[in-house]
Design a binder for this molecule. Structure first.
Ligand code: NAP
Ligand code: ZN
Ligand code: ZN
Length: 382
């Protein structure tokens, strides 16, 4: 899959990142920037390794955050390995960022030094288009700025993400995080959380509905938790029989091993809503057939290669819908974080030092994640 097909506003420019890092280090801000230690990918094939660069000093409306934890999303892996064909190296991934505010610009109103703060997948957008005005910055029609691997108007290079010690972001794109939430376990809410919460809110998942979640990884396990919190009857579809018990503990009422035709047949035509989080191409017809009349399946997984095309007759007979959804806007991300604080919802995480991120990627590819790796950024400060 070409990422530009999915995210059309992503810049397609040439080797800007290389110019960017050189520019930052050699001219603009050698004396004034914030020295930042990081882990970066230098090409699509080699392991990630140490890197350093300079962040801009906070401007009037900027918040500087000392990063404590950063989740490892499968999108990091797709991007680093250039599966979406848009990677610019060096590339510092990470968009599930939790940290503590260390400095604020003079016009900042929402944050004070010492506050917990979150940064998700976006650090800017045009703020004037119809989508932005509705708080749907993820669908900005003039080019939203992703937290990493996006053109950065401040440096002229590319944005660098959360596998790093500090970040500076306009306060409009920084989220408030309750002290009630464990910061490491809350980090994945900034992507895995909002990406599953948003479609369930949009398609109005509610008590009494039957909801399927496909794939029990970072996104899937949050999907199970939210669907259960919204009062739905939750069924997990998995390719990993050994995840049955965990799925029930996370809130699933039933678990179906999707490769088992007899187990699948029992649920045919019975779902109001299915959220498909799978990171690899697969036969989506099998899941469309699980929907009842007027049911919807929303795709959030964004694999490197396309899924085999669905059979339209499966859609036509029962008026089923197939849809997609991208993360969530800033207001809804704040709503989700507040909902999580109120309900005590966080991710199940395995906290690791940054130096183990390459191993984490390999385990993620084997569906061996329980259920989100989170980098302890203190390991970059040693
Ligand atoms: P993840 O933790 O690796 O989970 C993916 C899960 O998919 C696996 O745990 C596995 O679950 C299942 N799976 C993997 N390969 C499979 C295959 N060949 N056939 C069937 N099932 C398979 O990944 P993630 O971080 O949750 O991300 C999932 C996808 O969503 C990625 O493509 C990511 O880029 C995308 N994403 C999209 C958005 C958005 O805004 N739309 C946001 C974030 C991430 P089981 O073991 O249970 O089968
Ligand atoms: Zn993500
Ligand atoms: Zn916009």
């Amino acid at each position: 899959m070409s990422l530009t097909a999915v995210f059309p506003n992503v810049c397609k420019e040439g080797p800007a990142s290389m110019r960017a890092s050189t520019t930052i280090e050699s001219t603009t801000s050698r004396t004034t920037g914030i020295q930042t230690a990081a882990y970066a990918a230098f090409d699509a094939k080699s392991p990630l390794g140490p890197f350093s660069f300079e962040r801009r000093q906070p401007g009037a409306r900027d918040v500087q955050v000392e990063i404590l934890y950063c989740g490892v999303c499968h999108s990091d892996l797709h991007t680093v390995r250039n599966e979406w064909k848009n990677a610019k190296y060096p590339l510092v991934p990470g968009h599930e960022i939790i940290g503590r505010v260390t400095r604020v610009g003079p016009e900042v109103t929402k944050f004070q030094v010492g506050d917990m703060a979150g940064v998700g997948c976006l650090v800017d957008s045009c703020r004037t288009c119809p989508s932005c005005r509705r708080g749907l910055e993820q669908y900005c029609q003039n080019g939203m700025v992703f937290t990493y691997n996006s053109p950065d108007k401040h440096t002229g290079g590319m944005t660098y993400g959360g596998y790093s010690t500090d970040i500076v972001v306009d306060e409009g794109f920084v989220l408030r995080v309750s002290n009630k939430l464990d910061p490491a376990a809350a980090a994945p809410l900034l992507c895995a959380g909002i990406t599953t919460y948003s479609p369930m809110r949009h398609w109005k998942v509610t008590k009494g509905q039957k909801v399927g979640i496909v794939g029990l990884g970072g996104l899937g396990h949050m999907g199970v938790k939210f669907a259960a919190a919204f009062g739905a009857q939750v069924v997990l579809f998995t390719t990993s029989p050994n995840k049955r018990e965990d799925a029930r503990r996370l809130g699933a009422h039933d678990v179906v091993v999707s490769k088992n035709a007899a187990e699948m047949a029992k649920h045919a035509g019975s779902f109001d809503f299915i959220l498909n989080t799978v990171s690899a191409p697969h036969d989506i017809n099998a899941f469309l057939g699980m929907l009842k009349l007027d049911g919807t399946m929303v795709m959030v997984g964004a694999p490197e290669h396309p899924h085999p095309s669905p059979d339209v007759s499966t859609l036509i007979f029962q008026r089923r819908s197939l849809a997609g959804s991208l993360i969530g806007g800033l207001p809804e991300t704040q709503e989700m974080l507040d909902f999580c604080a109120e309900r005590g919802i966080v991710s199940d995480v395995e906290v690791i030092p940054v130096q183990r991120v390459n191993e984490a990627y390999e385990r993620m590819l084997k569906s061996d994640v329980k259920y989100r790796f989170v980098l302890d950024i203190a390991s970059l400060r040693k």
